[in-house]
Design a protein around this ligand. Sequence first.
Ligand code: LLP
Length: 435
Amino acid sequence: MHHFRYVGQKLHCESVDLAAVAQLYGTPTYVYSAQTMADNFSRLAQGLAGLEVQQCYALKANSNLALLRHLANLGAAFDLVSGGEIRRVLAAGADVRSSVFAGVGKTEAEIRFALEQGIFALHVESEPELERINHIAGTLGVRAPISIRVNPDVDANTHAKITTGKSDNKFGIPLAQAAGAYEAAAKFKHIELRGVQMHIGSQLTEVGPFVEAVEKVGPFAAQLKTRYGITYFSIGGGLGIVYRDALASGDPAWWAALPPAHRPLTPEAYGAALVPLLRPLGLKVLLEHGRYIVGNAGVLLSRVEYLKRGASRNFLVLDAAMNDLVRPAMYESFHEVVPLQRDTARPALVADIVGPICESGDCFAKARQIQQVGEGEHVAFMSAGAYGYTMASRYNSRLMPAEVLVQGSRFELVNARETFETMIAGEKIPASLRH
Ligand code: LLP
């Protein structure tokens, strides 16, 4: 469910006409619905009712400061993967004392910074990392709270690039070796064992792999609780969202009409399957969902530059490109594209939807059927709130897009479009070349 819908023939986010946003701030622009994020956050909490839960929002999905503050206000902590992400949470006016720090390549500076800021736990991915953390904690005169990320070797049945819980992925310590790693960790003077962690992949739309992973790691978590007194089990993130019928899925009626067997995984079904497995452990449960919280809460607005009618196909050329939203080029992922101004009387068009970047990979959709739209009209990419802006780049010297937050009938710029001056601010021409 989300808060993007046509009111009359105009696409709205909550009570805001998106054409007004495009007109005021230009395009490409990301627009986020605060209410959708809040709804997603509370649905997850309710889905896992009966457990003690701390949601640690994975801010790699979207790290805009306004969104972070909004989630912190709702009670979220954070799943962090870099010093930059730690600094973002602090800059948003939140603290990291309930947050966790993950990642296979934490640098010394990042570990030190996380400990200085009082991080709730470091999620350790290897034995050498454990040694490094122990050493740094020693120099700071503290005990570093840690959990080990175990790799349960479960097939998440998702895109290969976002599968993380198979034994051939770079993540975590294999379950069979994890007991030894905890034993080693317990011997370090400056390490405190606080929990256990796993994450099997992203954009999961069925509950089976989650159940399999919890069934594999749960008994191990119980042993760790008895042996070392750990207090929590982080089951990672990964809950998927609807991409194909993204707009329609905002309507509860769309969900109701689906036969249960075809219904994508919901927080309710996720909770119903996992709570009975987790409750007997008597551990606090950490969730690290990113995409589920913000994915369907954001759209990318773009302007149609040209409708180019080629010999064998049509091309709808937009002002957004793969640098603004890389997911289709990188993962062949599907994003629904809808017009801001709906006109059912117009004929449908079948076109490749492309950006202006100089490579054929800059294609959002092949032979997509869409209402006919022409130069100067606008479209929205649905379900673009997660891994949209955070994966954007300046390829082709294109400016980073703007970001807008909608709250009811209000909308506000929460990240101005980059300027040319800031884009080149760090660059310089050496004196030796200036002649
Ligand atoms: N926890 C850990 C340890 C993770 O590695 C990730 C995501 C998450 C939580 C959050 O997963 P989520 O709930 O958002 O699925 N760029 C890709 C997705 C990469 C996900 C990486 N790890 C995409 O656009 O699909």
